[in-house]
Design a protein around this ligand. Structure first.
Ligand SMILES: [Zn+2]
Length: 68
């Protein structure tokens, strides 16, 4: 059976969304929930960080459920 989802929700790869690579998006598994985070890091300082609870992968739309 083929695993559903994409590399961002299965392997939690970071996604560079800016040309210079300073702005990154990613998903992480926080035990009982999934969060999408965005961070701005110029390589010297992390100047900005935000995260939000998500139920679906924003990249492929897969419903994110934590296996019991
Ligand atoms: Zn996905």
């Amino acid at each position: 059976m083929r695993e559903e989802g994409c590399r961002y929700c299965n392997q939690f790869l970071e996604l560079d969304v800016s040309d210079d690579g300073n702005l990154e998006l990613g998903i992480y598994d926080d035990d009982y929930e999934y969060r999408l985070y965005a961070t701005f890091d110029d390589g010297i300082n992390q100047t900005w960080y935000t995260e939000t609870l998500i139920n679906y992968c924003p990249m492929c739309g897969r419903k994110l459920e934590v296996a019991e």
